[in-house]
Design a protein around this ligand. Structure first.
Ligand SMILES: Nc1ncnc2c1ncn2[C@@H]1O[C@H](COP(=O)(O)OP(=O)(O)OP(=O)(O)O)[C@@H](O)[C@H]1O
Ligand SMILES: [Mg+2]
Length: 555
C-alpha cells in the first residue's frame, strides 16, 4: 500500500527507539543487534546502499515484519503515516484519499454529532490541538504545492500515472500531519519545482520524520540528522548529508590507521612466535604472545563495499552528423491540440543535452518523438535512418511484470546467449547470483532501476535518452552512472531533477515550456530561479499537463 496511517492516542513523547534489532529474511541477515535512539521531533534522513534494507526497516517499524530479536519501541500512542515507493491504482477519488488520511479529525468530527456533553469539551480540545480549523487551508496549500488542480480532486486514483499517485499519497501524509512521518524516497516522482517545495515543507515539518532519500539536496536542506544503514548496523549522525560524509570519511581514515597499527603488531607478535617457539628457553614468552595474538579483535578495513559500475557501451560505428534536425515541427496526440510546436532544433552525434521543464511541459512527449515512437505532425524532421536509440523512463519500471525475474527478462533480450553469459551479464549489472531469480516485485527500487538502465544501454545505442535515471539509485550509484556517462561515446538527452548531475553531464540545455522546446541560455541556478519566479507569478497553472500524465495517455 502506498499510504498507511496508524491511529492514535495522544501524548507521545516522540521518541523512536530501536534496541538490539536482529532481522533475517530471504536467506540473508539485514540487521545484527542494531540500536539507535531518535530524539523527539527530529527529522532524520535514512540513507544506505540500494538493497541494504531501508524500505525493509520501515516495514519493521510499522510492524509489518517481525524482528527475530530486539525491540522497536514506537509507543502505540503515536500517529504514524508512511508513504512507500509505490501507490496502487484504486478507484477512490483523490480528495477521499486525502481526507481518509486524517483519521483522527474525521473521527472526532463524527463523534461530535452524538457525544455526551462532558465528552464534548475533550473533543473540542483535541480538535484545537490538532489545528482542525486550518485543515482545509492546509490541504489546499499542500495540493497546490504538489501541482494539483481543483479538477483533479474528484478523479479516481486509477486515472493518475504512478508518479502522480505517489504525489497524492505524499499530499495525504503531509495533510494528516502525523507525529511520525515515514517517507520512502519522496522526491523520486517530483519535478524540480515539486522537490524544492517539498524541501521547504519538510524543513518546517512540526513533528518527527524519517525520510529515506538518495537526494543530496534534500538531505542537506531538510533534515536534522542522518541515520546510516550499513554493515547490519544503524548509526545516527547529527547534521546533513555533507556533514555525515565528512564524519564518515574521517571515521574510515581512523579505522584504517588503527588497522595498520594492529597489522604491524600482529606481524611483530607472529615473527616473535615463529622465531622462538622451537627454543625451550623462550617457549613461555612465545606462548603468551600466541595468546595476545589470538585476543586481537580484527578491525574491518573498509566500511563500504564497492558499488557495481554501469555499462554504457559506446556505439560501434559512429553516424554522420546530425542525428536529428527539426524545422518548424509540431507534435501531439491524435486530433488534440499539439503538445509542442515551433520546434527548430539540431541534435549532433556527441551532444549532451539537458532537457528542462516542469512535469507536464512535454519533456516525455519530446523524448518519445526523438526515440521514434511518435511522428512529427507538421513541419520537417530529418532523422538519421540507422540511428539506434536507448530510452530509459519511469514507465518502464511501472510496466515491469511483478512476477518476472531478471533472468527471465535477459533470456528474452538475449535469446542466443548461453545461460552462464546471461548470468555473468546480470552480475556485472550489480545483480549477483542470488538476486537473478528474485521476482521483480521483491527487488528493491534501486535494483529494478539498475536492471533497466543496463538493459537499455546494452545494445550500444547511438543516442541515450535518460528520463530521470537516478531515481531510486543510491548516492554512490549516481556517481557510478555519472562516470559511465562521461565515458559513453554517443549522444545523450538527459531529463533529471538532480541539479548536480545535470550540471556535470549536460553541455547544452533545452527548455520545454509554453508548448515548445527551445535552447535555454543560463545554468542550473538560473533555471531554479526561473522556475521559482514563474511559479510565484502563477504562470504554471496548477494541474497543467495532468491530462498528458493520465493513464489514458500513458500507453
Ligand atoms: N520478498 C522478497 N524476496 C526476496 N528478496 C527480497 C524480498 N523483499 C526484499 N528482498 C530483498 O531485500 C533487499 C532489501 O530490500 P529493501 O527494499 O529493503 O532495500 P532498500 O534499502 O530499500 O533499497 P533501495 O534503496 O533500492 O530502495 C533487496 O536486496 C531485495 O531484493
Ligand atoms: Mg527502498
Amino acid at each position: 500500500m502506498g499510504l498507511s496511517i496508524r491511529e492514535t492516542v495522544r501524548d507521545w513523547p516522540g521518541m523512536l527507539q530501536i534496541e538490539d534489532l536482529t532481522f533475517n529474511a530471504w536467506g540473508r541477515r539485514f540487521f545484527d543487534r542494531a540500536s539507535v535512539t531518535v530524539p523527539p521531533g527530529t527529522k532524520v534522513g535514512l540513507v544506505g546502499r540500494n538493497g541494504v534494507g531501508k524500505s525493509t526497516l520501515f516495514k519493521i517499524i510499522l510492524g509489518e515484519f517481525q524482528p527475530d530479536s530486539g525491540l522497536v519501541s514506537l509507543p502505540k500512542t503515536a500517529r504514524i503515516a508512511s508513504v512507500d515507493q509505490e501507490h496502487p491504482a484504486t478507484p477512490v477519488s483523490l480528495i477521499d484519499t486525502i481526507l481518509a488520511a486524517d483519521i483522527e479529525r474525521e473521527a472526532l468530527n463524527q463523534e461530535l454529532e452524538t457525544a455526551e456533553p462532558e465528552r464534548m469539551g475533550e473533543i473540542y480540545g483535541r480538535l484545537i490541538e490538532i489545528d482542525a480549523d486550518r485543515a482545509p487551508a492546509r490541504a489546499g496549500e499542500i495540493l497546490a504545492g504538489l501541482g494539483f488542480s481543483v479538477a483533479d480532486l474528484t478523479r479516481p486514483m486509477a486515472e493518475f500515472s504512478g508518479g502522480w499517485r505517489m504525489r497524492v499519497a505524499l499530499a495525504a501524509a503531509l495533510f494528516a500531519e502525523p507525529d511520525m512521518l515515514l517517507l520512502d524516497e519522496p522526491t523520486n516522482y517530483l519535478d524540480l519545482e515539486g522537490a524544492l517545495w517539498l524541501e521547504a515543507r519538510l524543513k518546517r515539518y512540526p513533528h518527527s520524520a524519517l525520510i529515506i532519500s538518495h537526494d543530496r539536496e534534500l538531505l542537506n536542506n531538510s533534515v536534522d540528522a542522518i541515520l546510516h544503514v550499513s554493515g547490519e548496523k544503524l548509526e545516527l549522525y547529527t547534521g546533513g548529508y555533507d556533514d555525515f560524509e565528512k564524519r564518515r570519511a574521517e571515521k574510515a581514515r581512523l579505522q584504517l590507521s588503527a588497522k595498520a597499527k594492529q597489522d604491524a603488531e600482529r606481524a611483530h607478535l607472529q615473527s616473535f612466535i615463529d622465531r622462538f617457539k622451537a627454543k625451550a628457553s623462550k617457549a613461555a614468552q612465545a606462548q603468551s604472545r600466541v595468546k595476545r595474538l589470538a585476543k586481537l579483535e580484527p578491525i574491518a578495513a573498509t566500511i563500504e563495499e564497492h558499488v557495481a559500475p554501469f555499462h554504457l557501451p559506446s556505439p560501434k560505428r559512429p553516424l554522420a552528423p546530425p542525428l536529428m534536425h527539426l524545422t518548424d515541427a509540431t507534435i501531439g496526440y491524435g486530433d488534440d491540440a499539439p503538445v509542442l510546436r515551433d520546434l527548430n532544433l539540431t541534435l549532433d552525434v556527441d551532444d549532451r543535452i539537458g532537457l528542462l521543464g516542469v512535469n507536464g511541459a512535454g519533456k516525455s512527449t519530446f523524448a518519445k518523438m526523438v526515440a521514434g515512437a511518435l511522428k512529427v505532425r507538421d513541419g520537417r524532421m530529418v532523422r538519421e535512418g540507422r540511428v539506434q536509440v536507448g530510452w530509459f523512463h519511469q514507465h518502464q519500471i511501472e510496466a515491469l511484470d511483478p512476477a518476472d525475474t531478471p533472468l527471465a527478462i535477459i533470456r528474452r533480450e538475449r535469446p542466443d546467449d548461453s545461460e552462464s553469459s546471461r548470468r555473468a551479464k546480470l552480475a556485472s549489472f550489480g545483480l549477483p547470483f542470488d538476486k537473478q531469480e528474485t521476482t521483480v516485485d521483491s527487488l528493491s527500487g534501486g535494483e529494478r532501476a539498475r536492471l533497466l538502465l543496463n538493459l537499455v544501454a546494452m545494445q550500444a545505442p547511438h543516442l541515450l535518452i535518460l528520463d530521470e535515471p537516478t531515481n531510486h539509485l543510491d548516492i554512490d550509484s549516481r556517481r557510478a552512472l555519472l562516470d559511465a556517462l562521461n565515458d559513453y561515446g554517443g549522444a545523450v538527452i538527459l531529463i533529471t531533477h538532480d541539479r548536480s548531475l545535470m550540471e556535470l553531464v549536460a553541455d547544452r540545455l533545452w527548455l520545454a515550456a509554453d508548448n515548445t522546446v527551445k535552447p535555454f541560455t543560463g545554468d542550473m541556478d538560473d533555471y531554479a530561479r526561473f522556475v521559482l519566479d514563474r511559479s510565484r507569478q502563477g504562470k504554471i497553472a496548477p494541474g497543467q499537463g495532468r491530462e498528458r500524465k493520465g493513464k489514458r495517455r500513458a500507453a
